[in-house]
Design a protein around this ligand. Structure first.
Ligand SMILES: Nc1ncnc2c1ncn2[C@@H]1O[C@H](COP(=O)(O)OP(=O)(O)OP(=O)(O)O)[C@@H](O)[C@H]1O
Ligand SMILES: [Mg+2]
Length: 466
């Protein structure tokens, strides 16, 4: 964080300073979780569903915060503003404007933003001091909070941009205007709220539109809706592709997966070819790696550095394709972070690959926010699970009422010999699985964030013979 006095913060945010010394300086992190307040920080009080940050204003200052950003009067040094996200945005923008040498990259897409951001950050960090968010700090709160961590030493910002509606990404791009924009894919995540895939494409393409003429739009050539964004930007276009035949400059060929589903491939760029083996699981991480590679290449990293960095990169954010091998021979894939149709298919693909020597089970919760296509999408995924590999999954356990259409879809497959099982909750799913699992079986756990199946995955990982 660039040190800012309370007077400066009040001026930038158009806020009113209360109970504070105008010369007192904020030099620590800006946070919205009072438990994460550090010395010299700024605590932004937000009224959430369960608690109101204003109730923790005094505790935040006692814990070392210089002041509180608040929307109603509190008894400690504070800057009163009308709207906290808008104030954070104004502050973040002032930091960006004060650091013109920082190169800003934005990453968006329906699936894989965090995975790609984590890969890209691990490459770009090799080039110089980099700020990238932890986890999924990608909305009107997390994005400016990340930007605000930049200071005079920062050279790169690698940001995750999310949208739940038209205009959201354009807004985030005004907070921190990116010169490099990566668009991964257009899928069904939040499609219900958007009103269809074309609307999702319209929203994600706002990143391409926001790029300047001397910027670079890094687009997935394998997704026609993403490739079409080339017509919506003044920036130079760089495409990436994992298709066997493509004229994209950044490509993966000879893609193969090891026993644990970790992809290896030959990275092709205009500078040459280099072998890459990822530590991440699942073929869907190949396009993510290519996107990260294309970005690092634009920032000046050479091919060997990119290949080496991709091979060294680890999963930084939890519950995305974590593969855990139990002592009793059962393998658990914890992909419980979130779910949409594309990411569930990708996870079932990985499950089928890992289960080649054993049986495959999936504990699936519902996929949220799909709107009118929700039932059909769940049925299609169920059918996909029943058809995968030679004989489909050995068992499909749907958790909760909303996930039940998964089972209807699986039962549509007449030749399927696996079991379709309904569980009211995670505990029941674990019970159903417990007397079925044998060594060399593989279990996938996945659902939308709201279902919180990570506890189920943790229970499975911890079970048996530890
Ligand atoms: N390119 C991809 N295609 C399909 N699924 C993917 C892809 N990359 C990651 N996934 C899967 O999607 C899920 C979410 O991954 P990740 O957290 O990287 O995405 P995200 O776009 O950041 O999601 P969110 O919108 O929740 O922030 C995980 O289950 C992951 O395995
Ligand atoms: Mg994310």
């Amino acid at each position: 964080m660039i040190p800012l006095s309370l007077a400066q913060i009040a001026r930038v945010t158009g806020g009113q300073l209360c109970h504070g010394d105008p010369d007192a300086v904020v030099s620590g992190e800006v946070v919205i979780d009072s438990r994460r307040v550090g010395p010299g920080g700024l605590f932004a009080a937000v009224a959430g569903e369960r608690s109101d940050g204003h109730d923790f204003a005094a505790a935040a200052v006692a814990a070392g915060a210089t002041a509180v950003l608040a929307t109603r009067p509190v008894t400690v040094p504070s800057v009163l503003v009308a709207d906290v996200p808008a104030a954070l945005a104004a502050l973040a923008r002032s930091v960006v404007d004060a650091l013109p040498a920082v190169r800003i990259a934005g990453i968006t897409g329906s699936s894989g933003k965090t995975s790609t951001k984590d890969l890209a950050a691990q490459l770009v960090e090799r080039l110089g001091p980099t700020i990238a968010p932890a986890g999924s700090y990608n909305n009107e709160f997390g994005h400016p909070l990340t930007v605000l961590r930049a200071d005079a030493a920062t050279r790169y910002l690698v940001l995750e941009l999310s949208a739940r509606g038209i205009g959201h990404i354009a807004y985030l791009c005004r907070v921190a205007p990116p010169r490099y924009g990566v668009v991964l894919n257009v899928g069904h995540a939040h499609a219900g709220e958007f009103g269809g895939l074309d609307q999702v494409a319209r929203a994600k393409g706002e990143l391409a539109e926001a790029l300047p003429a001397d910027g670079v739009a890094i687009l997935n050539a394998d997704d026609p809706r993403v490739l079409a964004m080339a017509g919506r930007t003044e920036a130079r276009i760089v495409t990436f592709s994992s298709a066997p035949v493509s004229d994209a400059p950044v490509r993966a060929v000879d893609i193969r997966l090891d026993d644990l589903g970790r992809p290896g491939f030959t990275l092709l760029t205009p500078e040459g070819a280099a072998p890459v083996t990822l530590r991440l699981h699942g073929a869907h991480n190949v396009p993510n790696a290519l996107a990260a590679a294309a970005l690092a290449r634009e920032l000046g990293m050479d091919l060997d550095g990119i290949a080496d960095g991709l091979g060294a990169a680890v999963a930084r954010s939890r519950w995305r394709m974590e593969v855990h091998q139990r002592p009793d021979g059962v393998t658990v894939i914890n992909d419980a972070y979130n779910a949409n149709p594309e990411s569930v298919r990708a996870a079932i693909d990985a499950l089928a690959h890992l289960a080649q020597g054993g049986r495959a089970f999936a504990i699936l919760g519902h996929m949220a926010e799909l709107g009118g296509t929700s039932r059909a999408s769940h049925e299609d995924i169920g059918e996909y699970a029943a058809r995968i590999g030679d004989s489909g999954l050995a068992g499909l356990i749907a958790v909760g009422e909303e996930a039940a259409p998964l089972l209807d879809g699986a039962r549509r497959v007449r030749s399927w010999t696996g079991e379709a099982l309904a569980a009211p909750d995670g505990a029941a799913a674990l019970e159903l699985l417990a007397n079925r699992l044998k060594p060399s079986d593989v279990v996938l756990v996945k659902a939308s964030r709201a279902a919180h199946l990570e506890g189920v995955a943790a229970a499975l990982e911890g079970e048996a013979g530890q």
